[in-house]
Design a protein. Structure first.
Length: 188
């Protein structure tokens, strides 16, 4: 039975190891609107995924909202200030909660989350960037930590988003997706 405990999240496939640079640096905008984290409808019928999405939102509130608020405070107030809308979306998720980890251990499988963040010029609708971010928690590491690694994955993905956002403020340089090359190259 243990060989069946392999990664059941192979359907969550990233497309890149390194996200490309935005069309322009984020500091070219003087106003920033951060939307709430959206969850793809195809994953919203599973309680563990809903709880994971809520936790990701909490991390956005503590890690990214202050960055955006700081940028908004220092921006000049004028009608000609451009606004960028930041829309985080969980495209794919499989989250194994603590109870499942406790009772099924590694047999519950691995956890993974793939997010895309759209940075859009509000006035023109022009897409400035749409990076994607991936984090995983292996079945065995999740089991050994009784869900600790599954929960840490949620924090790590928001850290990747925050790093990309900050890194691209002064210069459009892109940033890591969090995905290893072997997953990008994997066939489904």
């Amino acid at each position: 039975m243990l060989p069946l405990a392999g990664c059941a999240t192979t359907y969550i496939k990233p497309s890149t190891v390194h996200n490309p640079a935005p069309a322009e640096r984020l500091s070219a905008f003087g106003s920033f609107e951060l939307q709430r984290v959206a969850l793809s409808d195809s994953y919203s019928d599973h309680e563990a995924n809903l709880k994971a999405a809520a936790k990701i939102q909490e991390y956005f509130d503590t890690d990214i909202t202050p960055i955006v608020a700081g940028w908004n405070r220092k921006a000049p107030q004028s009608p000609s200030v451009r606004t960028i809308v930041i829309e985080p979306r969980i495209e794919h998720i499989k989250f194994i909660g603590g109870a499942a980890r406790f009772w099924a251990g590694p047999l519950a499988g691995s956890s993974a989350v793939l997010m895309k963040i759209k940075y859009t010029d509000k006035a023109s609708g022009k897409l400035i960037a749409e990076p994607e971010f991936l984090q995983r928690a292996a079945s065995w590491s999740g089991a050994v930590t009784v869900g600790g690694q599954d929960n840490a994955m949620l924090s790590r993905i928001v850290t990747l988003v925050a790093d990309y956002t900050k890194r691209n403020y002064d210069a459009a340089v892109g940033g890591p997706s969090g995905a290893p090359q072997e997953l990008v190259n994997a066939t489904r």
